[in-house]
Design a protein around this ligand. Sequence first.
Ligand code: ADE
Length: 254
Amino acid sequence: MRFDVLTLFPEIFASYLGQSLLRRAIDRGLVEVRLHDIRDWATNKHKKVDDRPFGGGPGMVLMAEPVVQCVEAVRSLGPEPGHLVMLTPQGQRLDQAAVERLAAERRILLLCGRYEGFDERIRLLLEPEEISIGDYVLNGGEVAAMVVIDAVIRLVPGVLGDEDSSAADSFSGERRLLEGPQYTRPRVFRGLEVPEVLLSGDHEAIARWRAEQAFLRTCQRRADLLAGRDEPREPRTEQKESRRTNQRGDKLGE
Ligand code: ADE
């Protein structure tokens, strides 16, 4: 999986790219991340890449020429043009389904904006997929690009080491539920005990408990994720079972 990041601030990525999981994936040839400074494609002598908006208004707009030329040049550097993603609060909100779709690409170009936005002709000419990481405005697309890379590489085979560990993530798998509670040692911390079922060694019971807890947590926190599901009986039975489970094993809050 190859990422090409097009940005005015490539240095922002240095510490992220150095972190161990990504570093290991890069060293093992599973992931490649190349940074490209949009300013290198500025055509004027002051290396200016932004200008005031026509019609007036606050802030500066990224100019079409350096951005389009940068994208075209970077595309030609690889064996395939790649899938172009523009990071912008005007894009479709990123979710795990979109991450899974992106993980199926072999090459992704991530175009990061700054200032007040992109000249509209960048969109019209390049027709990128526009992605937002949430309904808030960042100072630029760089943090959003790191979010995309971080979420996508979890799905690249071999990156996590344990092939199963992304399958249990919240939003993953067929059911797309939040992940339930997890515990590690010690068994008792400040009077709070690990649910007995997790210590039982009964793998079926543990899997059942985890499925119940995932469902319960999703009902409590993100009922919107359950909307439109074709599982009419499930909420009632699973909530009842979870109460039983709580009495049996989960002593938290007692
Ligand atoms: N650039 C600025 N805000 C953004 C957001 N919310 N998502 C993606 N890119 C952005």
